[in-house]
Design a protein around this ligand. Structure first.
Ligand SMILES: NC(=O)c1ccc[n+]([C@@H]2O[C@H](COP(=O)([O-])OP(=O)(O)OC[C@H]3O[C@@H](n4cnc5c(N)ncnc54)[C@H](OP(=O)(O)O)[C@@H]3O)[C@@H](O)[C@H]2O)c1
Length: 253
């Protein structure tokens, strides 16, 4: 499958590096010319990657077109480009419905996906709506592709994908607290990063539901139970739920 990317930024680079270490390494790729330095580096570093002179040439060369520009410039960038009905579009553009893409480009076979930088290491879990086979094949090679059958559920994946900064914020807050109380910064980071990585592994691997995992990781009357009870009592869980409600409303416009 020949892929064409409109937008050669962070997420395109991650997908491309993952793809080129996957069983689909032979798929040809054409990149758009903006971010010329990164595009040139990717073309030099990876096999079967070329840079087109303009965005329409990217589209004309590709069977599947991946849209990876920022939402703020999407309409300006895409209006006037022509995508044929036989071409597949995978839009990564946040909070931008497929009917907008169709109106701007005349594309008709469109899906949306939420890859994250973990695509580079082929450990991503990527929601795809609707689950067009081309997108499922691409993202299966980058970890796991999740078939999503309705827009409402896709929006929920988009909202929960916005938790990444909060994850680091929790680590940052806990590490700062430990450092303020005398721990070395490097030790705080090593310990907390290892702790959370192991918890993520447990959440992925364990057959237990999340509430049971929480209870399993809290001795009755012990320290873990007390921290979560304090966190909830001081509005932590409520604040998280409210933030997700707000972000869902933003995603749904
Ligand atoms: N990064 C993530 O983890 C992530 C995850 C999921 C979804 N997304 C979505 O993916 C999209 C891209 O995100 P990103 O993080 O990769 O952003 P980014 O690093 O800013 O990349 C966007 C790219 O679009 C290019 N661009 C701007 N105008 C263009 C034009 N007229 N023609 C062609 N390319 C143009 C930019 O080039 P210049 O630098 O020259 O302006 C830049 O290379 C966004 O819609 C975002 O919501 C990102």
């Amino acid at each position: 499958m020949h892929l064409g990317f409109i937008g050669t930024g962070t997420i395109t680079a991650a997908i491309l590096r993952g793809l080129k270490s996957s069983p689909h390494a032979g798929w040809p790729v054409t990149l758009s010319p903006r971010s010329a330095g990164l595009a040139a580096r990717l073309a030099a570093e990876l096999p079967h990657v070329t840079v087109a002179p303009d965005n329409q040439s990217v589209i004309d060369s590709a069977e599947t077109v991946i849209l990876a520009v920022r939402p703020q410039v999407a309409q300006t960038v895409l209006t006037g480009l022509h995508i044929r009905p036989d071409q597949t579009v995978i839009s990564l553009i946040a909070a931008t419905p497929a009917h907008h893409i169709a109106a701007w480009t005349s594309a008709s076979r469109i899906c949306r996906a939420i890859p994250l930088p973990f695509s580079q290491d082929r450990r991503d879990v990527v929601p795809v709506f609707p689950p067009l086979p081309e997108a499922m094949a691409l993202f299966s090679a980058l970890g796991r592709a999740l078939a999503v059958d309705d827009q409402a559920t896709f929006d929920l994946y988009a909202a929960t994908s916005a938790l990444m900064a909060s994850y680091f914020g929790i680590l940052e807050t806990a590490a700062a607290w430990a450092v303020a109380n005398g721990m070395q910064p490097a030790d705080a980071r090593t310990y907390l990063a290892g702790l959370f990585a192991n918890l993520g592994h447990a959440a992925l691997q364990s057959p237990l539901d999340l509430a049971t995992l929480r209870v399993e990781h809290a001795t009755r009357g012990g320290l873990n139970e007390q921290v979560f009870a304090d966190f909830a009592a001081h509005g932590g869980t409520q604040a998280l739920t409210a933030a997700l409600d707000t972000i869902l409303a933003r995603i749904r416009g």
